[in-house]
Unconditional design. Structure first.
Length: 375
């Protein structure tokens, strides 16, 4: 129990989105920091999996017109236009979005995206020198092929968001990072400080103070020219605003967890952390709650507590964070994949490097900027 008397956090009854893995293949890139275990194998999602998921999703979407089906691989475009269209066809009343490395985008793909009204997110890390870890299968820099795809999107007037992985959160680079994306043409930006997850085990420790300075510098750059939304800054400002306005519920800690089901290519469903898909553990098995080819998605979510072996240990970790961390109201307790991969296979550990860089240092950095420039 928390000091407010709130019980152990549990999952929301209905997700806000479902993530679908149309293929495990990532083509033609082989990013050095990628966490995916099967990115060189072309496993395709059978249409039967999409049909099974759509039974539950279409009912949820009937009462929520904002419901998203997010296609996230691998590289979704590597599934091919015909197959991706067949996977999308069973869904009704949803908003389709996909996250792409943009390398395969051409005029034909742009036509597909427009025809199916697909929202687009592009993965790119900034200027050419900042994209050193994004390379092709042959080891060549991928920046030019990514930019070629982005130019195609812009020529067809297709709006897109961007996600960048920041390997080194250097405060001296923050302004240049923001300026690049402000000029890129994206409407919003998300920044992920590189994490130790999956097959990516070589992440170097980040200094908390230096990372906070990075977020402060990024906030300063955004405030000076707020052309695009920056996901992380928006989260802090929304949280701070709710606290200052004394709203009764503020921050992730005050809400049920969105189960965020990820449906792997074979129909297996992983909750909360897409990064766990494709991995196995001696204690937890393959991390799935079940398979949609055998049990409907709505039943899997309703029975998640009984069907998911690792959830009790994870909830214990969340409660440990609640009682020991001053940043819990903003963070909400971290993510299962970060706990698992950073704490030698345990789900009940507390602080992770992800917490430090993407939550604690973020909050400290934005507050630092506000205190310095608005005193």
């Amino acid at each position: 129990m928390s000091s407010s008397g709130r019980s152990v956090p549990r999952l929301a009854a209905v997700p806000g989105a479902v993530i679908m893995q149309p293929t495990t293949l990532c083509q033609p890139l082989d990013c050095r920091y990628c966490y995916l275990p099967f990115r060189k194998d072309k496993h395709l999602m059978p249409v039967e999996v999409a049909q099974a998921v759509a039974v539950s999703v279409n009912e949820w979407a009937g009462s929520d017109p904002r419901f998203e089906v997010v296609w996230h691989g691998g590289e979704p475009l590597a599934a091919g236009r015909d197959h991706l269209a067949r996977l999308m066809e069973p869904f009704a009343g949803v908003k389709h979005t996909l996250q792409t490395n943009a390398a395969l985008i051409d005029d034909a793909w742009c036509g597909f995206l427009l025809e199916h009204d697909v929202g687009v997110g592009v993965s790119i890390d900034g200027t050419e020198s900042m994209n050193a870890n994004r390379v092709t299968r042959a080891g060549h820099p991928a920046f030019r092929v990514i930019m070629r795809g982005i130019r195609r999107l812009r020529s067809h007037e297709i709006p897109f968001s961007a996600i960048a992985v920041i390997t080194d959160p250097d405060p001296r680079l923050a302004a240049a990072i923001y300026a690049f994306f402000a000029e890129l043409g994206c409407h919003s930006l998300g920044l992920n400080v590189e994490e130790q997850e999956g097959v990516n085990t070589t992440v170097h420790a980040k200094d908390r103070s230096r990372t906070a300075d990075f977020w402060a510098a990024l906030t300063a750059a955004w405030e000076a020219d707020p052309l695009i939304q920056v996901r992380e800054i928006s989260r802090v400002l929304e949280f701070a605003g709710s606290v200052l306005e004394a709203r009764p519920a503020h921050g992730p800690a005050a809400r049920p967890w969105d189960p965020l089901p990820t449906v792997a290519y074979d129909g297996g469903v992983v909750l909360l952390s897409p990064e766990l898909a494709g991995f196995t553990d001696q204690r937890f098995g393959d991390f799935t709650t079940g398979n949609v080819l055998r049990t409907s998605l709505d039943v899997l979510l309703a029975e998640a507590e009984q069907r998911t072996p690792w959830l009790p240990e994870f909830w214990s970790g969340v409660e440990a964070c609640r009682t020991t961390c001053a940043y819990f109201d903003f963070c909400g307790g971290g993510h299962p994949a970060n706990r698992y991969f950073e704490h030698a296979g345990r789900m009940d550990g507390t602080r992770t490097a992800y917490c430090t860089t993407a939550k604690i240092a973020l909050l400290e950095g934005v507050i630092q900027h506000v205190r310095t420039h608005r005193s």
